[in-house]
Design a binder for this molecule. Structure first.
Ligand SMILES: Nc1nc2c(ncn2[C@@H]2O[C@H](COP(=O)(O)OP(=O)(O)OP(=O)(O)O)[C@@H](O)[C@H]2O)c(=O)[nH]1
Ligand SMILES: [Zn+2]
Length: 201
């Protein structure tokens, strides 16, 4: 795994001014970005979101999942605190890629759940790899995370790599009639800690 830092720039958003840092995974050619606000290079734990790319939810307004709402909510929470980081990792479709995710959505249209669909296509339920994070965190001087996530497996995966997660902060938002079954499957099969009332944190 070789990660190359490329450049940083300002990124104004509806929630405030972020700094955008670009990295390249030189093995896969994938381009990752981190949005930061405030001084993240101190020993104070950083409010952070490790967000996996979801073109449909993040950019195309899809209501099949909760990704777009979670991304916006993370930027909002960081802006309120004045300090934090969103890691936008290019592992679309829990690592299977966009076109395979469309195939998985087609199977879900025919009745499969999100895990069954991945498995029917010959993939694991979650193919993501977080090893890219370590050099990105080091580059930014981030020492520990207050992680906004409902996914305890994500926390475990980071800790197994030696990344310090001082706190898991629930990050539940974006429930709608189109993603109820999907969220139920995430809770039942993927172990996400989700409140049934759709409880905003
Ligand atoms: N294969 C597949 N990927 C999906 C599907 N729906 C969303 N995704 C992808 O799932 C990833 C987001 O993972 P989630 O399981 O929603 O959330 P998480 O990152 O594990 O946990 P949180 O931190 O709580 O959001 C993104 O890469 C999406 O593109 C689906 O039905 N099939
Ligand atoms: Zn999504």
């Amino acid at each position: 795994m070789t990660v190359r830092y490329v450049e940083s720039s300002k990124l104004p958003t509806p929630w405030g001014m972020f700094e955008m840092h670009g990295f390249e995974d030189t093995e896969s050619g994938k381009e990752h970005v981190v949005l930061t606000m405030g001084d993240v290079g101190t020993d104070e734990p950083v409010l952070a979101r490790i967000h996996s790319e979801c073109l449909t939810g993040d950019a195309l307004f899809s209501l099949r999942c909760d990704c777009g709402a979670q991304l916006q909510h993370a930027l909002h929470r960081i802006a309120l605190e004045g300090r934090g980081a969103v890691f936008y990792l290019r592992q679309e479709g829990r690592g299977i890629g966009l076109l395979n995710k469309i195939k998985a959505y087609h199977l879900q249209d025919c009745g499969a759940d999100t895990v069954e669909a991945n498995e029917a296509l010959g993939f694991g339920a979650d193919m993501r790899d977080y090893t890219i994070l370590k050099p990105m965190l080091e580059h930014l001087g981030i020492q520990s995370l207050k992680l906004m996530t409902n996914n305890p497996r994500k926390v475990k995966a980071l800790e197994a790599m030696g990344i310090s997660v001082t706190e898991r902060l629930a990050h539940q938002t974006g429930r709608n009639p189109h993603n109820v079954k999907y969220l139920e499957t995430k809770k039942g099969k993927l172990g996400h800690l989700l409140q049934d009332d759709g409880g905003e944190d």
